[in-house]
Design a protein. Structure first.
Length: 159
């Protein structure tokens, strides 16, 4: 069972406890454990994005009646290791990176389609972060390089 705890840093008094059950059995009747590799809270409603080692991107909403993901998609066929919100888009878009070196940008409202797929990364992406005010994306991969991309033009700025 996955436990997500949300803390409102403005007033530490509000703490929400959100339990996510193990997803129902797959087609072979095996229970797939939730293998969370990264997650981010989206907004004041405490919605959160979760990426898994089973190449899934899940959007959870604790205000929904069911405790299952509100939306769920698969990205490629490799474990997703990192997730970052794109601050220059008012947290409307996010980035994911997997173990094959593929980094993609998604829109939260249209989760099923990729906005852009970034090039130039070799090796497993271990971390992605964005600048709080500028449209810059930094990604660190296992090939020992940190790459800087421009979020607007989608070009690699620096290596």
């Amino acid at each position: 069972m996955l436990v997500l705890i949300s803390v409102d840093y403005v007033s530490i008094l509000s703490i929400e406890h959100f339990l996510v059950p193990v997803i129902r059995p797959n087609t072979v009747r095996l229970r797939m454990p939730v293998w969370v590799t990264d997650f981010q809270f989206l907004d004041e409603r405490n919605r959160c994005l979760v990426v898994t080692g089973h190449h899934q991107i899940r959007l959870y909403d604790p205000q929904a009646s069911a405790r299952r993901p509100v939306q769920e998609i698969d990205f490629e066929q490799c474990p997703i290791m990192s997730l970052a919100l794109l601050h220059s888009s008012n947290n409307e878009r996010f980035l994911v990176g997997n173990t094959q070196g593929e980094m993609a940008q998604f829109d939260i409202k249209h989760l099923s389609s990729i906005v852009h797929k970034y090039r130039g990364v070799i090796g497993s992406i271990r971390s992605i972060d964005t600048h709080p005010t500028l449209p810059l994306i930094a990604s660190a991969s296992i090939d020992q390089y940190v790459r800087i991309h421009d979020a607007d033009t989608h070009r690699q700025v620096s290596k």
